[in-house]
Design a binder for this molecule. Structure first.
Ligand SMILES: Nc1nc2c(ncn2[C@@H]2O[C@H](COP(=O)(O)OP(=O)(O)OP(=O)(O)O)[C@@H](O)[C@H]2O)c(=O)[nH]1
Ligand SMILES: [Mg+2]
Length: 1110
């Protein structure tokens, strides 16, 4: 197959109806990249023989080596097919299509790549492994298609495994496949149900509102009527009441279209490695003539409980079987033949095949197999050739894509209204933009709106203008050359993985890696030379939603926090000039001069303007922000990095900044200690980031420290606690006196009930919003001219980040109500928590955390947080303090200092300076007097004393909270991963052993229906998770693949500082009791890392050591 000329692709971009933008989504290892190979082969980029093996889009050496996709990549493909005319007699016409295909990674660490990629597309191929069935990421990607309104096609891949591995009969396979289909549809059904319930609720609320409004009106009318009424207004009102009754019927929505069903042609059965795939429709046309049944009828009956009457060749439903044991048509006409092909080639005769049967099959299917292949006796080659002629993978996939998935005009019309409404500040989007996007306007005068999903770094040498012939297509020879190199690379990498060094060379791996670094075009340059001179260029992955974008155009770059409600916030979005536009061809790029709306493309010139993602828009006022996508997982693994050679520090920092820009999930930060830290989604992601840093971005050797794992600190009231430190006061009470003895603060620390802590943690976003609303309200109340306005703007902006219609966000009243309910759940402590909600002064740390500052002072020192504006008494600050009275201080002056100290102390707990979770600090009293001041002049005024007092009060409150904290039994909370593992019974034991050694806890274990796999769900501390995936893979020889997802914090129920006291305990645990203290080990680990004092006895028993030495 000749290589397709890029000119052809460029020409096709102009016909939006002939373009399809699709992404391939699935759980890890379900065969996405193998499947794309077959599609790429149709364009002559790789040889069909290698399709399914070379995994062309996994262009990174580490992707090849590990067999895991780590970055999404895009490729534009050309496809032409004959299409029937509407009139049956007219000859079919040739139609050409452009398919922009994005292959996404399936591993959970890279899930942010999936969410960004799916926004570029209009449709999706969702792959499911026929054996493994619906896995965790399958559900995630299905949800992704649902929320992004992508039209999905289901591909049941690896069907060959049912034959060769599970040795199922066709009948069993049919049952298995129907169950699998049910599972997938059940997932879709659950999304539908969820949405329906919400709509139902909203509808109910709307109706209730209207009924209430109508009642009020009715009453008003009655009142007015009683007074004096004019006839005109009466009729008016009765109309309006009548109008409210119109939509009182709740509309039932039809969910029929959502589900996958083979008879609807949205299900494809395939085997990517063996290169075949089919839809029911295809078989219908194959059997149309043979059976003399109309194709339209066959399409409907080929899947499901339909049977073929052997004599009359008529189709029967299951009712008419009358006890006969017929096979369903799908088994008889479809699966049996496929099974026969396997039996005739690789299956029968000990894998050597059965030539006679092959001949019979080829004859009956009227296929021809080239004689040299038949002669070769290579059973696999015969099988793949036979399938390639009979059910080619690419045809089934591409034809279904074109027929079933929408072209940009249709897709944008149906999908964009919802997307635009969900964007931040949607009300302020310019109607012209809205219209242009929904109707896919493509002229030069229409507004330009493009979404940039991510930035990729491309070596300068691979940019089109640096290739030997600028902008030229690969010639056939070059393409073959590239493919040959790829194959060599692939074979070497394979050999290296298998442990055999090619040609007896022990450096197999390094060589294979070096080789793949070679860029295909530069022929003789050595990898080393490239290494130094090849700077990286950042290219944005983008989709144009309206207008036409050309090189040289200048557009605004709207950052992900942009909202059209406040377009001119500082820093104001910048205009940038587009310096290059490209067709994305896997690893290569083809230069373009302009792109029309509806196309996925690469764009240069955004470096330094777009960090990760953003929107390009031709106007600022009324612009739309498409980048506010929720990114799924937060990065959780933090590692401090340093260059091996200290002189390379600048290089490393530059590299880390570049990495942060080009990776949707990685984050870079500098700690107060001066350490340079990157945050990544998981271990595998970290590994990829490090490799990128070393080889591309920083180009120097970088060392990573131990991963920094987050912990939380908390307290519990344990039964065996020592008596309170201050025996006269309740536990946790501390009286703190400042060093000048002028201020005395009495406070009490109490652990919060778990229900409250959980509630606060879940609603952190709501708290943040309440906070910013409150601040805005306060500012406007004070009305102090310009600066107030500014800060309101900024806060408003913060609030706008959260979508307005987010159902998770509670109003202040709801929040109070629910919080009260959470407190009420705490049994037996009602007296402590009664009427607490009104007295909350602050949340902490960072103003949103799960700890409370509660003000129970008589003077009401602090402002109450959960009161609405009208409930707060007029601002006290202005009211009472007359700062000139010298001797007594109004405590309100100190309220912000106390809150600040509360924030500080909850941010860094006393155990190991990790954030505190779940305490309440009751501020009981503050007394102040300036009289015993040791200061030289006895007549100190408040103005003079205040700055000094500020520091003192913060320090005292801070230490007092920590003292109160340590009055209880302290606990550490561990960050946990929830781990999902699929394993066969054979390796189950080893999986359990590995899990329990790493302190994992099994939650559930179940046999997956219809498969030989157990699915194990467990919890594993993040601190113990490093190397876990690798270990599992090694110990089970690759049979089990864990998926780790951060699931929150869990209490480790042991006091890190407990020492044995009773004789029994001393006997059990030894004198120090440190043998079993896991929590102590964690605490000491963190303290050591942070450079804090660690109490450790280095020399345990000096005497003994002495004797030993002698
Ligand atoms: N038996 C069988 N194996 C397959 C099939 N398709 C893919 N595989 C194998 O499954 C493994 C994973 O294939 P990939 O194409 O890398 O899977 P992927 O979905 O791209 O994986 P990630 O990108 O890492 O999520 C490879 O070893 C393939 O050879 C198939 O149809 N049948
Ligand atoms: Mg892949």
């Amino acid at each position: 197959m000749p290589v397709v000329d890029p000119e052809k692709l460029i020409a096709l971009q102009r016909n939006a109806d002939e373009v399809r933008n699709i992404c391939i989504l699935a759980h890890v290892d379900h065969g996405k990249t193998s499947l794309t190979d077959a599609l790429i082969a149709t364009n002559g980029i790789i040889s069909p023989k290698l399709a399914g093996k070379i995994r062309y889009l996994d262009s990174r050496p580490d992707e090849q080596l590990r067999g895991i996709t780590m970055e999404s990549s895009a490729i534009s493909l050309y496809f032409s097919m004959l299409r029937r005319r509407p009139t049956p007699d007219a000859p079919p016409v040739q139609k050409e299509y452009l398919i922009n295909l994005i292959d996404s990674p399936g591993h959970i660490d890279f899930s942010s790549e999936v969410s960004t990629a799916s926004r570029l597309c209009d449709g999706a191929l969702v792959l499911v492994d026929a054996v493994e069935g619906v896995c965790s990421q399958t559900v995630t990607v299905l949800r992704q298609t649902w929320t992004e309104h992508l039209k999905p096609l289901l591909v049941i891949n690896k069907v060959d495994r049912l034959i060769t591995e599970l040795k199922m009969s066709p009948g069993e396979a049919y049952t298995h496949l129907s169950k699998l289909l049910e599972q997938v549809n059940a997932v879709i059904g659950s999304f539908f149900q969820g949405e329906r319930m919400e709509e139902d609720l909203q509808w109910r609320e709307r109706v209730e509102e209207r009924v209430a409004a109508a009642a009020v009106k009715e009453q008003e009318r009655a009142e007015r009527k009683a007074a004096k009424v004019t006839g005109g207004s009466l009729t008016e009102e009765s109309e309006s009441v009548a109008a409210t009754g119109t939509d009182s019927m709740f509309e039932e929505k039809d969910d029929e279209d959502l589900y996958f069903a083979p008879e609807k042609n949205n299900v494809i059965f395939s085997s990517a490695v063996d290169g075949w795939a089919f839809t029911v429709k295809q078989f219908a046309s194959l059997y149309e003539k043979k059976l003399g049944i109309k194709r339209a009828v066959l399409e409907k009956v080929l899947w499901g409980d339909f049977y073929l009457e052997p004599k009359t060749k008529r189709v029967l439903g299951s009712k008419h079987l009358k006890g006969r044991a017929l096979k369903p048509m799908f088994v008889q006409l479809v699966l049996d033949t496929i099974w026969a092909v396997y039996e005739a080639t690789t299956g029968g005769n000990k894998g050597k095949g059965d030539p006679a049967m092959v001949e019979k099959i080829t004859k009956s299917l009227s296929l021809t197999i080239p004689p040299h292949i038949l002669r070769s006796r290579d059973a696999r080659a015969i099988m793949t050739t036979l399938f390639a002629a009979w059910l080619p993978l690419s045809t089934a996939i591409l034809v279904s894509t074109i027929e079933h998935l929408p072209a940009p005009p249709a897709a944008q019309a149906s999908r964009l209204p919802a997307l635009i409404d969900a964007s931040p500040g949607a009300k302020h989007v310019d109607p012209v933009i809205r219209d242009a996007m929904i109707n896919l306007k493509t002229t030069k005068d229409d507004p330009v709106v493009a979404y940039v999903s991510k930035m990729v770094a491309v070596p300068e040498s691979e940019m089109p203008h640096n290739k030997r012939k600028a902008g030229d297509a690969l010639s056939g020879e070059e393409a073959r050359d590239l493919a040959r190199k790829k194959r060599a690379e692939f074979e070497k990498a394979q050999a290296a993985v298998n442990g055999e060094a090619p040609n007896g060379n022990p450096d197999g791996i390094t060589e294979a890696l070096g080789e793949s670094n070679l860029n295909g075009m530069n022929g003789s340059t050595t990898a080393d030379e490239d290494y130094e001179e090849d700077p990286e260029q950042l290219i944005g992955f983008a989709r144009l939603y309206s207008g036409t974008l050309s090189v040289g155009d200048s557009v605004y770059v709207l950052p992900p926090k942009f909202s059209p409600a406040h377009p001119h916030v500082t820093p104001e979005p910048q205009r940038v000039t587009i310096t290059g536009l490209y067709l994305l061809m896997g690893r290569g790029l083809e230069a373009l001069t302009s792109v029309p709306a509806g196309v996925v493309f690469g764009v240069a010139g955004l470096e330094g303007h777009v960090l990760k993602s953003g929107t390009l828009c031709s106007q600022l006022d009324g612009g739309i922000n498409l980048a506010g996508v929720n990114m799924g997982g937060e990065p959780i693994v933090r590692v401090a990095l340093e260059p091996t050679n200290p002189g390379d520090l600048d290089k490393m920092i530059k590299g880390m900044k570049l990495l942060e820009q080009s990776d949707p999930c990685a984050q870079y930060e500098v700690l107060e200690s001066g350490e340079h830290v990157i945050l990544t989604a998981g271990e595998l992601h970290l590994e990829r980031c490090l490799k990128d840093l070393r080889e591309r971005y920083a180009r120097c050797d970088v060392q990573a420290g131990k991963p920094i794992v987050p912990y939380r600190e908390t307290i519990v009231s344990a039964a065996d606690m020592p008596p309170p430190k201050n025996k006269d006061l309740p536990r946790g009470t501390v009286i703190g006196v400042t060093s000048s003895k002028q201020v005395t603060v009495r406070l009490r620390v109490i652990p919060l009930p778990p229900s409250v802590t959980d509630f606060l943690e879940k609603n952190a976003r709501a708290i943040r919003r309440l906070y910013s609303e409150k601040k805005a309200a306060e500012e406007s109340k004070r009305g102090s001219a310009s600066n107030a306005e500014e800060s309101t703007d900024a806060d408003q902006n913060e609030a706008d980040e959260l979508p307005a219609n987010d159902p998770g966000l509670l109003s202040i009243l709801d929040f109070r109500e629910k919080l009260r309910a959470a407190f009420a759940e705490a049994k037996g402590e009602e007296s402590v928590w009664a009427h607490i909600v009104e007295k909350i002064a602050a949340f902490g740390p960072r103003r949103t955390g799960p700890n409370l500052l509660i003000d129970v002072t008589e003077e009401e020192t602090c402002q109450k947080f959960l009161q609405e504006a009208h409930e707060t008494p007029d601002s006290k600050i202005q009211q009472d303090s007359d700062p000139k009275t010298p001797t007594t201080l109004p405590p309100h002056l100190l309220s912000d200092k106390i809150t600040h100290a509360f924030q500080l102390s909850t941010l860094q707990g006393p155990l190991c300076h990790e954030p505190i979770r779940g305490i309440a600090v009751f501020l009981e009293s503050i007394t102040m007097t300036l009289s015993p001041s040791p200061s030289p002049s006895p007549t100190t005024t408040i103005q003079e004393a205040l700055p000094r007092l500020t520091g003192e009060v913060i320090k005292t409150v801070h230490t007092s909270i920590h003292t109160g904290f340590t009055d209880y039994s302290p606990r550490l909370l561990l960050a946990m991963y929830s781990v999902e593992i699929q394993a066969t019974p054979a390796v189950l034991g080893r999986v359990y052993a590995t899990l329990s050694r790493r302190r994992g806890r099994i939650l559930t274990e179940s046999l997956k229906e219809g498969t030989p796999f157990y699915s194990i769900l467990s919890l594993l501390p993040v601190a113990e998770s490093f190397g876990f995936s690798d270990e599992i893979r090694k110990r089970t020889s690759g049979a089990a693949q864990p998926q780790l997802v951060f699931s929150g914090f869990e209490l480790l129920d042991e006091d890190p500082f407990w020492v044995p006291k009773t004789e029994e305990e001393l006997e059990d645990f030894g004198e120090k009791g440190d043998r079993e203290r896991v929590s102590r080990r964690y605490v000491d680990g963190v303290r050591a890392r942070k450079g804090m004092l660690v109490q450790r006895k280095v020399v345990g028993d000096a005497e003994k050591q002495k004797t030993l030495k002698r």
